[in-house]
Design a protein around this ligand. Structure first.
Ligand code: NAD
Length: 455
């Protein structure tokens, strides 16, 4: 099939590349010239394992092209996928301006092609509030008039950044929402290579398909806020969340995924999709107390952790506050295996620490460039993880990248001015810290404070 992706971000690019890999002719369109130039020059504007190689393979096979010209992108496409951002607006509702702009551009091209064209399928891949795909259909109809045929479909995406290619190629399920049978058939044909191994494709009504995405993300966000609340109770009563987790997650009904205590969720999806549910609740007069609580617990979690840092430095013998201190952050992406820094807990804490007069240094294996791009000259970005520690007052673990899991603790201790680690991801055993004489704070576990380690 001839397909066009509108928006070549994490979702549009991965979707376009993976669909070209099954033999479709795909055009990836974006309004950002720099992204398209990078792609045309054989580069990849995002970090996603396996993606660069797959782009090269499909470009070479002449199945994958890139453009900033929307008329060229839409003219011959049989299916057009809207993959643009749907960020949270100022009032907490979803900003649909990018979606609507894309829909209007498509409508203009459909109108120009006239009534004899093969009906295009306009597929909503962006995560959108329930009712948006129907609103898009109505807007296109308004522009093209009553006699020109086209279809719409909602096709929420469930890939995880950092494992996006794998997730797209081997989805747990594919969800498609349609209001006409033919659109469902075309979508099922397109996804057939991805569900061959028995994973289901669920074709349903459009409103339910849109809601599946929010229900899924909000459930995962709920698990994270839940375990963080339990971790906070563990701290209050001297229990150890690591042991509690083990005991709890052995129950098959509970399972062990998305139940890691830490700094709370970040990224471009969970925070915004939780807020979107709250906003849909307000709009419809439906109580969304649970979504609100999930959001509130999440926001409080990183603040609570930052207070541990502040309290440590406010203590006797630790130098009267954060002003003049140097903090070394390991990990700035919102999670490992991605360069995405949207809503990253590390960046919240770095900005708060800076506001209190601290100097913040940061290391991240792939997200450092984005941090510098978004905050030019604000933080000291260090290309080598141990170098962040030289004469710093503390190390803060903010993303659980693999390379942080078994570091050289003697080296850490020798480089730091004060042997203190704030571990927002519970990467280390408390016994290791006692052994190495490091003052250690984590989440849901008692701190370790060897007397000789406090500077
Ligand atoms: P992104 O910000 O990485 O990419 C969006 C792209 O759309 C940008 O490159 C932007 O320049 C482009 N764009 C904006 N308006 C355009 C227009 N009118 N025409 C052409 N291009 C335009 O966003 P993303 O992370 O890929 O997310 C896209 C959607 O997918 C969102 O609704 C998001 O919630 C959803 N989603 C994201 C993920 C994820 O892990 N990132 C997973 C599932 C679903």
């Amino acid at each position: 099939m001839r397909l066009t992706m509108i928006g070549t971000g994490y979702v549009g690019l991965v979707t376009g590349v993976c669909l070209s890999n099954t033999g479709n002719d795909v055009i990836c369109y974006d309004v950002i010239q720099e992204k398209i130039n990078t792609l045309k020059n054989g580069g990849c504007p995002i970090y996603e394992p396996g993606l660069t190689e797959l782009i090269a393979k499909n470009v070479k096979a002449n199945r994958l092209t890139f453009t900033t010209d929307f008329a060229e992108a839409y003219r011959d496409a049989q299916m057009v996928f809207i993959c643009v951002g749907t960020p949270t607006g100022e009032d907490g509702s979803t900003n649909l301006s990018y979606v609507m702009k894309a829909a209007e551009d498509i409508a203009g091209v459909i109108k120009e092609l006239g009534p004899d064209q093969e009906p295009k399928v306009v597929v909503m891949k962006s995560t959108v509030p329930v009712g948006t795909t129907v609103a898009v259909r109505d807007r296109i109809r308004e522009i093209v008039g009553p006699s020109i045929p086209f279809f719409v479909a909602d096709n929420p995406e469930f890939l995880k950044e950092g494992a996006a290619v794998q997730d797209f190629n081997y989805p747990d399920r594919v969800v498609v929402g349609v209001d006409e049978e033919r659109a469902g058939e075309l979508m099922s044909d397109l996804y057939e290579p991805f569900v061959r191994q028995g994973h289901p494709i669920y074709v349903m009504d459009i409103l339910s398909a849109e809601m599946v995405k929010y229900a899924s993300n909000n459930f995962l966000a709920t698990k994270i806020s839940f375990i963080n609340e339990m971790a906070n109770l563990c701290e209050a009563f001297g229990a150890d969340i690591t042991r509690v987790r083990e005991g709890m997650c052995a129950d098959k009904r509970i399972g062990n995924q998305f139940l890691y205590p830490g700094l709370g969720y970040g990224g471009s999806c969970f925070p915004k999709d939780t807020l979107a549910c709250i906003s849909m609740g307000k709009q419809s007069g439906t109580d969304t107390q649970l979504s609100q609580a999930v959001h509130d617990v999440n926001q409080a979690q990183r603040e609570r952790f930052f207070e541990k840092i502040e309290n440590h430095f406010a203590g006797e013998g630790t130098g009267g506050g954060l002003s003049g201190k140097t903090l070394a952050f390991w990990g700035m992406a919102f999670k490992p295996h991605t360069d995405d820094i949207r809503e990253a807990p590390a960046l919240s804490m770095m900005s708060w620490a800076k506001a209190k007069g601290a100097t913040c240094r940061g290391f991240d294996p792939v997200a450092a460039e984005n941090v510098e791009k978004e905050n030019p000259g604000v933080y000291e970005i260090v290309p080598q993880m141990y170098e962040t520690l030289r004469d710093a007052d503390a190390l803060i673990i903010s993303t659980d990248w693999d390379e942080f899991k078994t570091p050289d603790f003697d080296r850490i201790k020798n480089l730091l001015k004060g042997a203190v680690i704030f571990d927002g991801r519970n990467l280390y055993k408390r016994s290791q810290m006692t052994e190495h004489g490091i003052t250690y704070y984590s989440v849901g576990r008692a701190p370790v404070a060897p007397e000789h380690a406090v500077s």
